[in-house]
Design a binder for this molecule. Sequence first.
Ligand code: SAH
Ligand code: DHB
Ligand code: MG
Length: 223
Amino acid sequence: MSEDLQANRTREIDDYIQALFPPDEALAFTLRNSEAHNLPHINVSPNEGRLLYILAKMCGARKILEIGTLGGFSTINLARALPPDGKLLSLEYSTRHAELARANIVHAGLQKLVEVRVGAALDLLPQIEESGEGPFDLFFIDADKENYPGYLDWAIRLSRPGSVILSDNLIRNGAVINPPPDNETAQVIHRYNQELADNPRLDTMILPIIRESIDGLGITLVK
Ligand code: SAH
Ligand code: DHB
Ligand code: MG
């Protein structure tokens, strides 16, 4: 089969799965609202969002820390897995993104469970440790890729044995396999993936994810 046919087939398979489990009203609203406000199209796909929900529910997460909110699409999927007394804290650098996310979270009826905190995540994370808000049961790392290694260190610090750390965008259509010298992001993620593999405190699998191209979600268990 030619590469083009294979790419079409891959797209059809993702669409087939999404048609079986379509985004509901609140998720569709979030996507439309994000589009209307010209947010970049870098949210997780509906299928990946559902995977986040299922994983959070499977591990019985009560406290979730997300790094990188954007319009709150992944946030809403994750928060829906929480019990009524659960909490999701989401860190976002952009005030504009945070405000739109808050509106989408209110629309989804999740404002009691979710806090969007504005700032550079590497500034906020030490404050979260000092204020004793941890440990968290589940982390979703999805902000600026250059800081992923720093975010992983903080996630481990704010975890307990059994915590789950999810890392988005670990494959980048294969750019991470042999990263070209001019692709700094791919180089950082290439090293990040090796660190996930080598760290004796972590058990990790990288699940390929169908997006516009193939990407990947790191699924890590803290031992
Ligand atoms: N998790 C979202 C997508 C996040 S996109 C979803 O799937 O729906 C990445 C987000 O990280 C952007 O909104 C960007 O503004 C934010 N970001 C970038 N650098 C950051 C930093 N240093 N600290 C916190 N957020 C950052
Ligand atoms: C980009 C960032 C993301 O978090 C993502 O899921 C896809 C793309 C980006 O910055 O290009
Ligand atoms: Mg992402």
